[in-house]
Design a protein around this ligand. Structure first.
Ligand SMILES: *[C@@H]1O[C@H](CO)[C@@H](O)[C@H](O)[C@H]1NC(C)=O
Ligand SMILES: *[C@@H]1O[C@H](CO)[C@@H](O)[C@H](O)[C@H]1NC(C)=O
Ligand SMILES: *[C@@H]1O[C@H](CO)[C@@H](O)[C@H](O)[C@H]1NC(C)=O
Length: 547
């Protein structure tokens, strides 16, 4: 009656409004992920992070930093006459974070680990290399165990390594590439080769006044060669012969992407591993335009780059495809998520890396979906409240969260009177796939042993449950290598998609049969997180060791 008097279009608008408001709110919430503080104060600033296969994360900053906010245990002190800040220091500069108990244990590191690099060995030990001052030739080993601590090997390196990049190799050694005024590479452990090898590419890409090719982006290609990107260009390098196999075109625009113009880089998920020709793609995002570092020195903070370059590194005549991010970013971390998406997190919208040179924190992460059509790959996420500037980090945890820490753009621990105080906190970002709305789609791996050994090319049966309806076509398993992360770059980060056939074995219980990667070129021996993914919702991971 009275309703019939309401013009139809108004009623329609009202209906649209009613329908849209709650669902839009729901969507925004569902798509944006959630932030949570884990610990307000871990005592140090998490400048370097590595997840170990016991779900503990080793973190460290520097020893020549002054007093941290966490004491060494049992009244221990470090006495170092060469330390430039304190010759006797009873505080810790490395800690171990236990994810399960959300707690910290102080560790003793004897020499300076500042701006160093590392990788996990096939047996799960962290081998970290170099640093500064009395630590620049040191190799340090950390074995995953509840009470373990650092062991240091004095002259483990031939060359001082500061701002170098490490990559684990198919033969179980690490290659250590570059660093400040180190235009060469070496291997660790020193089995077989104890030599230093020159790398002219690092000379060619270096501007001596800026040193703008540090922490080069290194990815092990599926053919066993190394993709190495420094400054604004890349090569494919055969380290066994010391020859450049392919020279990639310069990234369009020519702006630098490595330190101090710090962008970030990932090897995109490797798929179709049983195919005749396996393809590999690299994605490099953000950075700072040419000249930004010098400008920052005179208090002019240039806007960061808002582009990503994507290139198929296995092509014989590859070309960069450029994409525009919704937010410009320098010092962003790129983290591979278990479902094959990439999150770009932390960093700033102006300035560069290095002390006091970043401005305009970017608080919102962005998710990149590599399989979507170009133009619909990025999605802005909910913001944090904590700027994560220079010396911040982000890594993937076994439960699918992203652990975020660090940020210290100062020469010391500076908590007051500065633009971006030294951050001692840890946060976690939970992508939308962890929300309870997805619980009925989320697989749960049922596994008798928590740690499983898998052989190259072997079939693997993974049993899992899904409480809701299963879409068998949209089930896969993924394997993720945990990264050594520092300076916005996750070394050794790698994700393999293992397609497979699903069969039903009981009520809400299924098995997916997958084939493990066929070689160490695809997946260097070591510990990986194995996930079952259903409709882009990942399970919790389990640790597997491929060998
Ligand atoms: C850490 O900081 C708190 C708060 O400022 C202080 O009370 C505490 O003594 C500090 N601890 C150490 C070991 O420096
Ligand atoms: C301090 O540095 C000097 C010169 O590099 C070196 O010979 C000495 O062993 C160092 N001392 C310690 C305790 O590291
Ligand atoms: C940071 O702290 C150090 C040592 O406490 C102090 O000398 C320095 O002036 C501080 N830096 C800034 C930028 O406030």
């Amino acid at each position: 009656m009275s309703k019939t008097h309401i013009p139809f279009f108004l009623l329609w608008q009202l209906l649209l409004l009613l329908a849209a408001v709650p669902s839009r709110r729901l969507l925004c919430h569902a798509a944006g992920g959630q932030w949570k503080f884990l610990l307000r104060n871990i005592g140090i600033s998490a400048m370097h992070m590595q997840l170990l296969n016991n779900d503990r994360v080793v973190m460290f900053d520097r020893t020549d930093f002054g007093l941290s906010n966490i004491s060494l245990p049992d009244g221990k002190c470090r006495v170092d006459p060469n330390d430039s800040a304190l010759t006797t220091d009873c505080t810790a500069h490395s800690v171990e974070y236990d994810v399960a108990s959300n707690s910290i244990r102080p560790l003793m590191v004897l020499t300076d680990v500042w701006c160093s690099s590392g990788a996990l060995m096939p047996d799960g030990r962290l081998v970290q290399t170099g640093g500064y001052n009395d630590g620049d030739h040191v190799v340090r080993v950390f074995r995953p165990c509840k009470t373990c601590d650092w062991q240091e090997i004095g002259l483990g390196l031939i060359q001082r390594r500061w701002y170098a990049t490490n990559q684990i190799l198919p033969d179980g050694r690490q290659i250590i590439i570059g660093g400040r005024r180190a235009f060469n590479y070496e291997f660790y452990p020193k089995t077989g080769s104890t030599k230093l090898y020159n790398m002219p590419f690092l000379v060619q890409t270096n501007d001596p006044a800026i040193e703008n090719n540090l922490y080069p982006f290194v990815h092990l290609n599926v053919d066993g060669n190394l993709f190495i990107f420094a400054n604004n260009r890349a090569i494919l390098f055969d380290y066994s012969k010391g020859v450049v196999v392919r020279t990639y075109p310069q990234i369009p625009g020519g702006d630098p992407r490595s330190y101090p113009s710090t962008g970030s880089s990932v090897l995109l998920p490797l798929k179709n591993l049983q195919g005749a020709a396996i393809e590999a793609e690299v994605l490099i995002c953000g950075g700072a335009p040419k000249g930004s570092f010098r400008s920052a020195g005179s208090n002019n903070f240039v806007g960061a780059l808002n582009t990503c370059g994507r290139i198929k590194i296995t092509d014989t005549a590859p070309q960069w495809a450029m994409e525009t991010m919704p937010l410009a970013r320098v010092m962003g971390d790129m983290v591979l998520l278990p479902n094959g998406n990439v999150i770009i997190i932390n960093g700033a919208a102006a300035g560069t890396a290095a002390w006091e040179y970043g401005r305009d924190p970017v608080l919102k992460p962005v998710i990149y979906r590599p399989d979507n059509p170009a133009g619909s790959r990025f999605e802005v996420q909910n913001p944090t409240t904590i700027p994560r500037m220079y010396h911040s980090t982000a890594i993937l945890l076994r439960d699918g969260r992203v652990l975020v820490g660090g940020s210290n753009p100062h020469m010391y621990y500076n908590f007051t009177g500065v633009l971006f105080p030294t951050e001692l906190s840890l946060e976690a970002f939970s992508p939308a796939y962890l929300e309870s709305g997805s619980a009925n789609l989320r697989p749960k791996i049922i596994s008798s042993a928590s740690q499983t050994k898998i052989g190259y090319g072997k079939q693997l049966t993974i049993r899992f449950t899904v409480s809701g309806a299963l879409n068998a076509k949209l089930v896969s398993a993924t394997m993720v290598a945990p990264s050594f992360t520092t300076h916005s770059y996750g070394m050794n980060q790698r994700l393999l998609v293992l397609g497979g056939n699903v069969r039903t074995v009981g009520k809400s219980t299924y098995e997916v049969v997958v084939t493990a990667p066929g070689s160490g070129n695809l997946a260097p021996s070591g510990f990986y997180l194995l996930f079952v993914v259903h409709e882009a919702i990942p399970s919790e991971g389990i640790w597997v060791q491929i060998q």
